[in-house]
Design a protein around this ligand. Structure first.
Ligand code: HEM
Length: 422
């Protein structure tokens, strides 16, 4: 059994905001107990999967390790019971791709997958470049100082995914607020009121989901009447086995695209600039060969930030992973930040290297559930850096950056910088 202090750290939102306690806990676990059981107070026990190769082994077997059988994020027994009581026995408030298994997962994923493939999203490049340029111009107009997280990194991927989904620009602040409430429910800067207790936290998440549902219900009606070339129209008019999507499934689809589609990319972008500001020698190296090094820099940024901290799986049968016997029904936590610092796979894993190669980062997950938006996320970041880096002459931190307090999706919420632009 994992020592209690370590078990508490890896579920503690504040520890993720501070980062070092979590890095230390995972380093210790990889060395001493790479696949063991944790049981923080108030939680059911779960296996903590910390090694790169073990995470891949679990993710590869998506019929043996299900997403939907128990909560997909680590949750207390009390919250789990409340959700099940409300949702007719289901452990989930929503039913998106993340909570589905085959055959439904395949059916629902095929609905939007073509849209997010490289050959399709390439068409969006000119428009995304326009958006990126407007943000770079905004930075130039700021006259040398801004909060890169709040002023640029949060807003650019938000604008892109909302155009793709079909949400009008006036509603973007609402979408940003709702997403931050959902992912930052443990952070008093982000949540609805201060989530003093876990009960308030769950109530706040439900209120946020209800707001999303009210918004997207209207959108479904509109797109059924007036279909357009956007993802909302695909969801509103899509069919699975000849039937329109169920209400819960359609709402969940909008919500996953509207939330997963920007916060993660924002976190990665903000974290990348933070790293460049802290490591001028890496910035100089990148500046020497911008187009050549961009793909490596982007992979390293994704590894460095790893904004999704975990997803859970549930064993559907007795299984063995890395020599450990896992019983049917047991819960596993896939710890992506740990996999992305695994000494067996990454040379000097705690160093940020713009030209790291090879880089087998697993921040997008792996297997059947691998991130649907990974090509879009990479393309958005490439375009922003292509527009920004040639003009950015120098950058440094102008204050202490801060991360959101969250144990599920977390990254920088404030990165104050000073810079010179051409
Ligand atoms: C740097 C940016 C991003 C990161 C690090 C990230 C990370 C992840 C991770 C770890 C998963 C779970 C994979 C698994 O279970 O194996 C996931 C799933 C998903 N992501 Fe992303 N994501 C990013 C950007 C995006 C974007 C831009 C979209 C926009 C559409 C998106 C949409 C989704 C969806 C819909 C799923 C669920 C896929 C499924 O269960 O089949 N993500 N992402």
């Amino acid at each position: 059994m994992i020592p209690q202090q370590v078990a508490q750290t890896i579920i503690d939102p504040k520890a993720y905001a501070a980062e070092k306690p979590v890095d230390d806990a995972f380093t210790w676990l990889r060395r001493e107990m790479p696949l063991s059981v944790a049981q923080p107070e108030g939680f059911d026990p779960f296996w903590v999967v910390t090694r790169h190769r073990d995470i891949l082994e679990v993710e590869r077997q998506n019929d043996l390790f299900h997403n939907g059988d128990r909560s997909t994020v680590v949750t207390t027994r009390t919250s789990d019971e409340k959700v099940r009581a409300m949702m007719g026995g289901s452990p989930h408030l929503v039913r998106s791709l993340v909570q589905m298994d085959n055959p439904d997962h395949g059916y629902y994923r095929r609905l939007t997958q073509p849209y997010f493939l490289p050959q399709n999203i390439r068409k969006l490049e000119p428009r995304i470049r326009e958006i990126a340029r407007s943000f770079v111009d905004r930075m130039a107009e700021r006259g040398g100082a801004c909060d890169f997280a709040r002023d640029i990194a949060f807003l650019y991927p938000l604008h892109v995914i909302m155009e793709i989904l079909g949400v009008p620009e006036v509603d973007e602040p609402t979408m940003l607020r709702l997403t931050q409430e959902l992912f930052g429910s443990a952070d008093s800067d982000m949540s609805r009121g201060v989530s003093a207790s876990e009960e308030d936290g769950l109530a706040a998440i439900m209120a946020t989901v209800a707001d999303f549902v009210a918004y997207f219900n209207k959108m479904t009606e509109d797109r059924r009447a007036h279909p357009r070339d956007d993802v909302a129209s695909v969801i509103a008019n899509g069919t699975v086995n000849g039937q329109p999507l169920g209400q819960l499934e359609a709402m969940s689809y909008y919500i996953i695209v509207a939330t997963a589609g920007h916060d993660t990319t924002s976190n990665t972008t903000a974290g990348a600039l933070w790293a460049l500001a802290e490591h001028p020698e890496q910035f100089a190296r990148l500046k020497k060969d911008i187009p050549g090094q961009l793909p490596l820099f982007i992979e390293e940024s994704i590894r460095w930030v790893t904004p999704v901290k975990h997803f859970m799986r549930t064993a559907t049968a007795d299984a063995t992973v890395a020599g450990q016997k896992i019983a049917r029904g047991e819960w596993l936590m896939l710890c992506y930040p740990s996999g992305n610092r695994d000494e067996e796979v990454f040379d000097d894993p705690f160093a940020f290297k713009v030209d790291r190669t090879p880089n087998k980062q697993i921040a997008f997950g792996y297997g059947a559930h691998v991130c649907l938006g990974q090509h879009l996320a990479r393309m958005e970041m490439r375009i922003l850096w292509e527009e920004l880096l040639p003009r950015l002459q120098g950058v440094e931190l102008a204050g202490e950056p801060k991360r959101t307090e969250a144990a599920f999706v977390c990254g920088p919420k404030s990165v104050p910088i000073r810079y010179r632009m051409a």
